[in-house]
Ligand binder design. Structure first.
Ligand code: F6P
Ligand code: MN
Length: 308
């Protein structure tokens, strides 16, 4: 590698490490709030819905504020996009090279029953040669998610590998250095109560095939938990478009892109049912744009593409 490039990579790696450290700190604080508070009161509705129509709970607001507070003081970050904010937030650092997007608390409707929630995030680098544009998910330099569950864990993916950390003694300690998704799994994960409403009937055919092949169903209803299981144990996860959610339910920017990035680096597959690899979907004009999503092991994905 040329010397010049090497330096650029070092600078970029330092930038990413700095931003990841801020996100780690925010996730530690959110985890602390969840573990030390009355979870029933954290689930109290604010009697408001966000841009996507989800009910906002007290913990959604708290997690959002923690992340924004910590990230907006970082000079590397030009813009921030959050599920809970209608518009992009510009920091005071117009020369910042990065956009950070997040879902502050995915699965928050599960908080009152003490079921896994998590923070999903992704870091994009603006393309300096193209007037600070972001083309698509291939501009991502790092992404990840936390799991607030029996333990608190953090999965971080740069462009080389996916690593898993666990919060032990107040620090995130590495517990798996290089996650790779199994080629095939035994579970499929889909909200099958909506099957009558699915507009793409390939999902019905495929799920019947999985049943014939003795797969088991799993559905937590928190994307972080269902996608994490699929990543670690293999199998098939999907949230297809339906007559009520014609574009699907999962948001492209801060839910689908980060998981597509993680699955790609771990050897898995992603799709919106039409475009192979969610990262190739153009960057959305609306930051809350929804998409159909598939996250899968290679074998189950092959079954999907061979389904009519
Ligand atoms: O963020 C959207 C979300 O809450 C995901 O975490 C989850 O996968 C999905 O919606 C659950 O949707 P449903 O309630 O339709 O099963
Ligand atoms: Mn979510």
């Amino acid at each position: 590698m040329e010397r010049g490039n090497h330096n650029i990579n070092n600078i970029e790696n330092n930038d990413i490490t700095q931003i990841l450290n801020i996100i780690k700190s925010a996730c530690r604080t959110i985890s602390y709030v969840i573990k030390m508070s009355n979870n029933i009161s954290l689930s109290k509705s604010k009697n408001k819905t966000n841009v996507s129509g989800d009910v906002i709970n007290k913990i959604d607001d708290i997690a959002n504020e923690i992340l924004i507070y910590e990230l907006k003081h970082c000079p590397l970050i030009k813009n921030i996009a959050s599920e809970e904010e209608k518009y992009i937030i510009s920091t005071n650092y117009n020369n910042g090279k990065y956009l950070v997007c997040f879902d502050p608390l995915d699965g928050s409707s599960n908080i009152d029953i003490n079921i896994t929630t998590g923070t999903i995030f992704t870091i994009f680098k603006y393309d300096n040669d193209r007037d600070d544009k972001i083309n698509d998910g291939n501009n991502i330099v790092a992404s990840g998610y936390s799991l607030y569950s029996g333990s608190t864990q953090l999965i971080i993916c740069d462009n080389n590998k996916v690593s898993q950390y666990q919060l032990i003694d107040y620090t995130f300690q590495l517990i798996n250095d290089n996650i790779k998704i199994p080629i095939k799994g035994n579970f499929y994960s889909i909200n099958d109560s909506l099957s009558e409403k699915w507009t793409d009937k390939r999902y019905t055919t495929l799920i019947n095939e999985f049943k014939e092949d003795c797969y088991s169903t799993r559905w937590v209803g928190s994307l972080v938990a269902d996608a994490h299981r699929t990543l670690i144990k293999g199998g098939f996860f999907a949230y297809p478009e339906n007559t009520s959610n014609k574009e699907g339910k999962i948001r492209l920017l801060y839910e689908a892109y980060p998981f597509a990035h993680i699955f790609k680096i771990a050897g898995g597959k992603s799709s919106n049912g039409l475009i192979d690899n969610v990262l190739n979907i153009p960057f959305p004009k609306n930051i809350h744009q929804k998409t159909t999503i598939i996250l899968s092991s290679p074998e189950e994905y092959n079954k999907f593409i061979n389904t009519n």
